[in-house]
Design a protein around this ligand. Structure first.
Ligand SMILES: Nc1nc2c(ncn2[C@@H]2O[C@H](COP(=O)(O)OP(=O)(O)OP(=O)(O)O)[C@@H](O)[C@H]2O)c(=O)[nH]1
Ligand SMILES: [Mg+2]
Length: 453
């Protein structure tokens, strides 16, 4: 338990540190964001920057979001009222009482975290895509999902549940209105779910018995017979008190066991998504400038390599040019990148693209020597040797330029996807790039341009 607690603490602190870093990073990112100033870009990422801040605020406040989903009239609002211990939300037998998501604060008995309970409209209330999007958004922002059902699970519920399951959030299946089916125990419910699973071969819900709770959030009044001392019998309607303990216990268990880690994880996921969005929009909006930049560096490098007769200088100059290109791209995107990071990125690009860029290095040496040889033997003395020189030089230049082009494209995608330095490694990026880039065309283009210049 202590172990878990300290682990939770560690997750929490790491998440907090990571989010703080991201925010200070993007704060300066915004200040340096004038390359030249781009209002369109600033407007495009404003929401993501806010999301980043909101994620940190939520983490700081130790605020856990629990949302209730289910079909209309399954008792979602009643469940939240029962947890709060007061009738705050409107409930009723008519379909569609709750029309918009509503959130309420709840301080559970443990008092360690604050909870925000989110009530949602019935999943079958709002139509189609809009419904799906709303529940996806809310689920995405939640740390724990309560799925409220009554008795047998319907096909619509099953599908909605599968979709919510995909959000990878902890989930509790809340079987409400148990006063109407008191004999159905947890095991029976579980077995019925298994049958549904078997009938739906495409997707497996993978629910365990301890994710199932049985409650009566707002039991119907029952008729009570009262026998007076004189023997007269009267009947009276009495409303039993809600049975909500199983759910409270399940929630508290989850909060104690993994509340802080859940918080940390969700904050990180939100931050990652926000950062990925920022990077994506930045790259999109800067695409044309980036293309120009990459092309410019590729051309310079190709030209420099082609005219320079010394092989070793080719290589060194090439590396310097690639590093400069990586830095220029990072600057264009407003991503802080140090020399060290640029060097690292370059090395990783070279390592991952292996054969391709080794070809550049290899040809640089071979052709470079050929070029040097041609230079020494007086390439400019006869038109024949000069043409040999020019062909070797332009081919080598083209390959070098192509290398730059690849480095540029890879760096571009890497800066976009890897700016969160997430799990997406450069090898994946390389494969992606190389599947898109037509090597021959670029070499051809560079060669043509060199020969024409
Ligand atoms: N018998 C019984 N009825 C319940 C229970 N909980 C809620 N109800 C009734 O079910 C009906 C719907 O409850 P709500 O809480 O409004 O359901 P909801 O899911 O929020 O419904 P919408 O907002 O319309 O989607 C109301 O008439 C409640 O009184 C329960 O535990 N037992
Ligand atoms: Mg409701």
């Amino acid at each position: 338990m202590t172990q878990t607690l300290s682990q939770q603490e560690e997750h929490f602190n790491r998440a907090s540190a990571s989010l703080q870093q991201a925010i200070s990073w993007y704060a300066s990112f915004r200040r340096h964001w004038n390359y030249p100033p781009n209002n369109q870009l600033q407007a495009a990422v404003r929401k993501d920057l806010q999301a980043l801040k909101a994620a940190l605020d939520k983490l700081d406040q130790k605020l856990i979001r629990i949302s209730a989903f289910g079909l209309v009239s399954s008792g979602k609002s009643s469940v939240i009222n029962a947890l709060l211990g007061q009738e705050v939300l409107e409930t009723g037998p008519l379909h569609g009482i709750t029309q918009w998501p509503k959130s309420l604060r709840w301080t559970p008995a443990s008092g360690k975290v604050q909870v925000e309970l989110i009530d949602t409209p019935g999943l079958d209330e709002i139509e189609g895509e809009e419904r799906a999007k709303m529940s996806r958004d809310i689920a995405q922002q939640s740390d724990l999902i309560l799925f409220v059902l009554t008795g047998d699970i319907t096909r619509t519920e099953y599908q909605a549940l599968c979709e919510l399951r995909r959000s990878q959030k902890p989930l509790i299946l809340v079987f409400n209105k148990i006063d109407l089916y008191p004999d159905k125990d947890r095991q029976t419910i579980y077995e019925q779910l298994q049958q549904q699973n078997a009938a739906n071969s495409e997707e497996d819900l993978d629910i365990s018995t301890n994710e199932i709770v049985r409650i009566a959030a707002k039991p119907q009044p029952i008729q009570v017979r009262i026998e007076a001392a004189d023997g007269t019998i009267t009947t009276q309607w009495e409303t039993p008190s809600p049975q909500i303990d199983e759910l409270k216990e399940a929630i508290l268990n989850i909060l104690n066991r993994e509340g802080r880690s859940l918080l940390a994880l969700n904050a990180l996921v939100q931050a990652r998504d926000a950062e990925a969005n920022i990077a994506k929009k930045t790259v999109e909006i800067r695409e044309e400038e980036a293309q120009e930049l990459i092309w410019k560096y590729a051309r310079y490098k190709a030209l420099a390599v082609a005219v320079n007769p010394i092989a070793l200088l080719d290589l060194m100059g090439g590396i310097v040019a690639d590093l400069a290109l990586i830095r220029a791209l990072a600057r264009l995107y407003g991503l802080p990148i140090t020399n060290y990071e640029a060097g690292n990125l370059w090395r990783r690009i070279i390592a991952s693209s292996g054969a391709l860029l080794l070809g550049e290095v290899g040809s640089s040496l071979i052709l470079g020597v050929g070029k040097s040889g041609a230079a020494i033997s007086g390439a400019f003395e006869s038109p024949g040797t000069f043409i040999t020189y020019l062909t070797a030089a332009s081919l080598q230049g083209a390959i070098a330029g192509y290398g730059s082009y690849v480095v540029g494209r890879v760096a571009q995608v890497y800066l976009e996807k890897g700016c969160t330095w997430g799990p997406l490694g450069p090898s994946t990026v390389i494969a992606e790039i190389l599947s898109r880039v037509d090597r021959n065309t670029i070499i051809y283009r560079l060669q043509q341009e060199l020969l024409n210049s």
